[in-house]
Design a protein around this ligand. Structure first.
Ligand code: ADP
Ligand code: MG
Length: 609
């Protein structure tokens, strides 16, 4: 028998490779727009017919190509942008793989007309299915026009899989948005079937966002700007009350390139958590600048998925920056009925996400204070620990048991220094509320919701960084459930483990539990798992971050101190301290009020008659 292995002809190889880069009209739009940007164009027009199925044309006023280069451009791995693999790690251009034009030309009819400023005459080239049909000198303006006609004319299977015109046009438009948002200094135009859809003059980032998304968004944007050694962030986030039920407008750009990154997305949405009503999504336009050698954009042909060197630090910085921006916004606009003291916990919580600062208390007065404010401050900055363990071993430090230290009136200026210092200023009402005094009146905290909030933030942290602490059970607990239910637990296993669960076997209809999160008591386990299972069954599948938030909220709800539980003064103090160390103390995970304040004025008015 003769040998059977053959090299594929070039045009077939190109067609196969094209599948990676060119999936739909929108992919062509992206590649052509990016080439125009790389050519330093100041103005770029996109002209599309029939959602790109008939024509995609991009006209730029960039640097053009020589006759030779125009021909070379269609060869696979032909690029002017890098010369060696080293340069892959220091990219400043959009393209670099030299694949786009070759791929596009393999599956369509392409014409290029191009002229460099230094040439008198330009060039035009026509290619069909990777074959050059014609090449001749041409009169042309400076720049390049690429016209792509009859996409997938020779790949019927792909053409058949294109979506309706509406859907493909939406994809094209999304791609246009992404590129236009990342480059506000370039003038972009876009027309479809002869009607102008966008005309975006050069401007600022904010102007560009407003021009692209519509004037309605203008007053919904909160600016964000943060510079750190690892990255600079600038851009805008949508005010929480304008969050959308549909998918939010969510844009990440890294070094002017639109990217998708679910981990960083989680950083942003977790910064919003507690501020959004259920089911609504935050919007953001975030521009990250990182050193080119700290990001790998070469992991996927379309270059929308990237890998960062230090994702965990980026996560923390992005989350903190968004919180910071939201915090400022919140303080400026939420009506606290002039209860200005309430701003303080937000200050504290915001500072807690930055690096620890030098603790100098300007109000510190050794003569009327026991010198404790520093300690309390440290305490507030400490990440919330486990509920029970907080009391272990504290006797010798006397920090928490020293009433003068832990009393809220001494902790920060939130609490009044001139409240009568007689007895405890914290007490429990109806085994439901914790009452404490404020400079301006009374603070009434719902004990269950407050502890829910504390645990929620703690659990969410554990779920995200996966560092939950477990207590081993002496005797493993076996729970019997239906195979379907056991299967759900199996799917959630890694998440449950990251908050401290330890599992033995999970199969058929048995779930074996060998360890529990520190805060969880054995009798709580079964009801808790049932809540988790039930909610998984009822919920539509969600993005991972929404799922984590849901799980954290459920666990917190189950584990938190209940209404009806009697609390010791130290426990109440602990709840207060931890609550105000939270990032969003005012709302429970379900978005309900955690505390109210009753001002002295309100009290006085009750005594008016
Ligand atoms: P890449 O962008 O990865 O280099 P492409 O296949 O997209 O690969 O383009 C190949 C080459 O063609 C580019 O490197 C560039 O030199 C040239 N080119 C493509 N489009 C343009 C344009 N609009 N203006 C000037 N040169 C272009
Ligand atoms: Mg390119």
């Amino acid at each position: 028998m003769s040998d059977i292995i053959r090299l594929l002809p070039d045009h077939v190889a190109n067609q196969i490779a094209a599948g990676e880069v060119v999936q739909r009209p929108a992919s062509v739009v992206k590649e052509l727009l990016e080439n125009a940007i790389d050519a330093d164009a100041r103005e770029i027009s996109l002209i599309v017919k029939d959602s790109g199925k008939t024509l995609i044309q991009v006209i730029d006023d960039g640097k053009g190509m020589s006759t030779m280069d125009a021909r070379m451009a269609f060869e696979r791995h032909a690029t002017s942008k890098i010369q060696s693999a080293d340069e892959l790690f220091n990219l400043s251009t959009k393209g670099f793989r030299g694949e786009a034009l070759a791929s596009v030309a393999a599956v369509s009819h392409v014409t290029i007309k191009t002229k460099r400023p230094e040439d008198d005459l330009g060039t035009t080239i026509s290619i069909e299915g990777s074959k050059v049909i014609a090449q001749e000198p041409a009169v042309a303006p400076v720049g390049t026009t690429v016209s792509v006609r009859n996409l997938f004319y020779n790949v019927p299977a792909r053409r058949k899989f294109l979506k309706s015109d509406n859907v493909e046009l939406r994809n094209v438009t999304n791609e246009f948005h992404r590129v236009a948002l990342a480059h506000p200094k370039i003038h972009f135009k876009f027309s479809h079937n002869g009607s102008d859809l966008f005309n975006l003059p050069a401007g600022t980032y904010r102007q560009r966002i407003v021009n692209v998304m519509g004037h309605k968004v203008d007053d919904k944007l909160v600016e964000i700007k943060e510079e750190t050694e690892l990255l600079n962030i600038h851009g805008y986030i949508g005010k929480p009350e304008y969050a959308r039920k549909t998918k939010g407008l969510q844009y990440f750009f890294v070094n002017d390139r639109f990217i998708k990154h679910s981990y960083l997305h989680h950083a942003v949405s977790s910064a919003f958590e507690g501020l959004l009503s259920q089911g609504s999504n935050p919007s953001y336009f975030l521009f990250l600048d990182v050193p080119p050698d700290s990001v790998d954009i070469n992991i996927h042909p379309t270059k929308t998925e990237v890998k960062f060197e230090d994702e965990h630090s980026l996560y923390a910085i992005i989350r903190a920056s968004v919180k910071h921006a939201l915090g400022q916004f919140t303080i400026n606009t939420i009506d606290f009925q002039k209860d200005t003291e309430l701003d303080v916990p937000y200050e504290v919580s915001r500072s807690a996400i930055k690096s620890p600062r030098i603790e100098v208390d300007p109000d510190f007065n050794p003569f009327n204070d026991t010198g404790s404010s520093r300690k309390v401050h440290q305490h507030i900055q400490k990440p919330a620990g486990s509920w029970e363990s907080l009391y272990a071993g504290l006797d010798d430090t006397s920090v928490l048991h020293d009433e003068t230290v832990t009393s809220p009136r001494n902790s920060t200026s939130l609490f009044n220094d001139d409240v009568e210092q007689t007895g405890s200023s914290i007490f429990q009402l109806q085994r439901k509320f914790i009452i404490s005094t404020l400079q301006s009146g009374l603070l009434v905290i719902n004990q269950h919701r407050a502890h829910e909030r504390v645990l929620y933030e703690q659990l969410l942290r554990q779920l995200t960084v996966q560092n939950g602490v477990s207590q081993q059970l002496l005797f493993p607990v076996k729970i019997n459930r239906s195979p379907d239910e056991v299967d759900i637990v199996k799917q959630l296993q890694s998440q449950l483990e990251s908050v401290g669960f330890l599992f033995g076997i999970i199969e058929n209809n048995v779930i074996e539990i060998q360890g529990l999160p520190l805060d969880l008591k054995e009798p709580q386990v079964e009801p808790l798992l049932d809540v988790v299972i039930k909610s998984e069954q009822e919920q539509v599948p969600q993005q991972q971050d929404a799922q984590l938030q849901r799980m954290a909220a459920q666990l917190a709800g189950q584990m938190a101190i209940k209404t009806g539980e009697q609390l010791r003064v130290e426990q109440m103090q602990q709840v207060i301290d931890e609550l105000f160390a939270c990032e969003e103390p005012a709302l429970s995970p379900a978005g309900k009020k955690v505390f109210i304040t009753i001002t002295g004025d309100t009290l006085s008015s009750k005594f008016d008659h």
